[in-house]
Design a protein around this ligand. Structure first.
Ligand SMILES: *[C@@H]1O[C@H](CO)[C@@H](O)[C@H](O)[C@H]1NC(C)=O
Ligand SMILES: CC(=O)N[C@H]1CO[C@H](CO)[C@@H](O)[C@@H]1O
Length: 261
């Protein structure tokens, strides 16, 4: 090979590497599981050997075989939805957004988003702890900015998804994005736990996961939770026995957040 050919081959490889890195770091996050339960409450964690998923976001193709935190191109349409600040549509409608995600708009009835190829819907009692999992997508490094994940839930049953400006007044938990099992990596599993506020009446509610990566760069995932009347059988021990500092999360979300840092 001539020196010139070697140089251009090197340049080509370098260009491809840069292109690959750019695709990888462009990937952002979403709620991968909305009811994650630890196998052993004494060893909580987010990797597949640490727990199991019991419910998913709207129209989540949980049987698609996509690798956890797989690159966007692995999923079509992919799950990451970046809101357009022009309208901040709360949940992806499959059309709007600076990054258009899969359709997670509220269905009528809401049960249309679940079952069959889609994952099961979340069910809980008021006061229950629920854990959500998401891929770190290389954004969980120490050096990275953190403004956390907001879990938003209306105080009463709504017939449609609240506007984003209203949802931000309905924050029930503010979690650290970087609460991850392993080091910074595309596929690092991360997650957080929150309580369904004890005062929620039985019925079906929207829950929104909202993550701010850069200032005003927001990603959301949406799901529905059927809140059952309190009392009756206790939820799985693995979840009940977790100690999460979110007692009455309604007015303590900033306390939770500062507790993590
Ligand atoms: C952080 O993750 C651990 C599992 O690794 C979990 O037990 C804990 O509840 C999480 N923290 C919050 C605040 O959600
Ligand atoms: C209900 C409540 O206190 N919500 C707050 C949660 O935390 C965010 C950010 O710190 C506040 O903006 C909310 O008002």
């Amino acid at each position: 090979m001539t020196a010139l050919a070697k140089t251009s081959l090197f340049a080509l490889v370098a260009a491809l590497t840069v292109a690959l890195l750019a695709t990888m770091t462009k990937a952002h996050s979403w709620a991968d599981c909305v009811d994650w339960r630890f196998n052993d409450p004494k060893k909580p964690g987010w990797s597949n050997r640490d727990g199991k998923c019991f419910a998913y976001a709207r129209k989540f193709p949980y049987k698609s075989g996509t690798k956890f935190g797989g690159r966007d191109s692995d999923n079509n349409p992919h799950r990451q939805y970046r809101q357009d600040p022009k309208d901040f549509t709360s949940c992806s409608d499959g059309k709007k957004g600076l990054t258009v995600g899969a359709d997670e708009s509220r269905q009528n009835p809401v049960s249309k988003s679940y079952g069959g190829n889609f994952g099961p819907m979340a069910v809980a009692k008021a006061g229950d702890t629920m854990c959500v999992r998401w891929p770190g997508k290389s954004h969980n490094g120490k050096d990275q900015r953190e403004s956390g994940v907001f879990i938003n839930m209306p105080p009463s049953i709504t017939t449609k998804d609240p506007k984003q400006s209203d949802l931000m007044k309905m924050t029930i938990a503010h979690l650290s994005f970087k609460n991850c099992s392993t080091v910074k990596d595309e596929q690092t599993p991360c997650g957080g736990c929150f309580k369904i506020p004890a005062n929620r009446k039985p019925g079906t509610y929207t829950i929104q996961w909202r993550w701010e990566l850069k200032i005003d760069e927001w990603y959301t995932s949406c799901w529905d939770v059927k809140v059952k009347a309190a009392g009756g059988a206790k939820k799985k021990d693995t979840v009940e026995s977790l100690s999460v500092p979110t007692d009455n999360a309604d007015n303590s979300n900033s306390t939770i957040f500062s507790a993590i840092y």
